[in-house]
Structures are given as structure tokens and as C-alpha cells.
Design a protein around this ligand. Sequence first.
Ligand SMILES: C[S@@+](CC[C@H](N)C(=O)[O-])C[C@H]1O[C@@H](n2cnc3c(N)ncnc32)[C@H](O)[C@@H]1O
Length: 293
Amino acid sequence: MSTPRPLYSKDAAAALTQRERAHQRLHERIRLVLDRLGECESFLDIGCGSGQYLRAVAAHGVPHIVGIDESSDRLDEARRACPHAELYIARADELPFADRSFDVVLAAQVLHEIAIFGRPGELLQVLREIRRVLRPNGRFIALDHLDPGPGQVRVRLPQPVRSQLDYFAQRYQFRRISVEEYGDGTLWLSRRDLQDFVTKIWALGTAIEALEMRETHCPFGREQIETLLKEAHFSLREWLAFEEISEDLKEHGIELIEGTSWPRKFLCVAIPFPCGRRESAPTSSAASTCAVI
Ligand SMILES: C[S@@+](CC[C@H](N)C(=O)[O-])C[C@H]1O[C@@H](n2cnc3c(N)ncnc32)[C@H](O)[C@@H]1O
């Protein structure tokens, strides 16, 4: 079977690296990950991209730092960010490591790409690979976009942002963007359409636009992630929903007229449970956005 081509062209990889470096909330994301490393001697970052987490985890004092990515262009950036990390060109569904090699495995913003662009069943295979390379008392940290669910909101956009929405609606291919206009200049649109729009404005007109128009930033709900983790023999220990959409709206001068803000990212921590044993404790049904299980 031939290896699929990496998702990112050289120019798209460069555009994404620029975005990752400039992202205002990157430090908060890194802090959330560092706070959850626990006793960690060996760390693997799946889809490490430009190596921002590798660099931070190395600076945190973890001695053995490893990153994989399917894109050699992205790994060039990672090498610059964290020169002493071991880096491999590899796909996440076939990790080039022995069983039980790592204390912590991170997958930051890569699972949605595998879910959308991978072959059927690939995401589950990736989770099984992660479980295989984790030590029995290791932990898996996943961070990704969160589906805000159905429902509509009413917003008011400044004129330049309104023009960007028209442009986005014309080019977005993942689904049809539906905007209902009111005479008073306000618009109704779905939470999902708004989330995809505001989180992809940065990509419009750049080398990564075409790729961003083919995927959604509303890929997973909590139930879906819990089901996948169970199927891959993980037990969910923590679920955190964070990064309020209101911050993105503020950044672009968008006013939320009807509807309330929601968190647009999740971070979860899962631990492997022994093969052949069913998970005994049920996962929390707490409705809070942050639950330690
Ligand atoms: C959105 S970027 C996230 C980069 C980094 N983890 C971060 O959060 O800053 C996703 C990365 O995953 C890589 N990637 C996508 N699918 C992959 C796969 N199946 N196997 C390995 N890497 C993959 C891409 O090349 C890209 O560098």
C-alpha cells in the first residue's frame, strides 16, 4: 500500500507555522499540557507540527522528547524549535516505536485531521497505536477542536468582517454555510458555521486556505471521544472544555446579540486499562465543563 501524501504543501506548512507562532492563546494551551505531564521521563508528540509543545516540554525538564509528523517541512520547523528532540517522519497509524516506550503521548489538533482526511477506521487505529506505545501507567493527552452542537446565534459583524464572511461562504466546501440576514444589519447563523468562520479567518487568502476550506473545526463532541477512547481501551480521567468563542468574536469585533458563548476546544487525559479487562468505573456524567474522573 502506498503512503498517502502529507496534507500540507511546503507553502501551507509555512503558513501554518506562522499562525502557530503568532497564536495568542498558545501559551495557555501549553500550560494546560505541562500541568498534566505528571511523572514524565519520555514524551511523544503525534503530529508535532512546528514543535511548540516539544520545546516547552523539553524546557520543563523532560529528558526524552520525541516528535512524529507526516510532513518533512513541518519537521524542519520542529527541529529548529527543539534541536534535541528525536524527530521521525511517520504517520500516526503506524508508529515506529516499541510497545510501552512513553510515559506521555500528546495529540494536539491532529485527531480532527485524521478523522476528516484519514481512511475509514484510521482514527481508531491511531488511538490503538498510542495505547500500544504508552507505558501501562502512562497517560494520553488529546487537545482539539470541540463541536459546539446545533443551534443558532444572532450576531452583528463590522463591514470588513461581513465581506470576509461572504468570501468564506463562497469558498467553504465542507458544508454549505447558511446566513440569514435581518434588516437591522444583524445575521442569524449556526454555532457551527460561526465557529468555522471565526477560527478560519486567519487562513483566508493564504497558502493554507484551500485545505482549511475542506475541513471543519467542529469535529468532535465529548461522547464521540469517550466512545473512541473506550474502543481503544482507554479510560477517560479528565475532560476540560476551554477557550471561549467570545474571545474570538471580540478579536474580530463581532457582537453576539442573541445566544451565549461556548468553549471551542477540549483537552482530555486518558489512561490505558489492561487488555482483556473491561473498564470498571463508569465515566463521569457531570455536566460541568471540567470533570476529573
Ligand atoms: C494542525 S497541525 C497541529 C500541530 C501541533 N500539534 C500544534 O498543535 O501546534 C496538525 C499536524 O499533524 C500532522 N498530521 C496530520 N495528519 C497526520 C497523520 N496521519 N500522521 C502524522 N502526522 C499528521 C500535520 O502534518 C500537522 O503538522
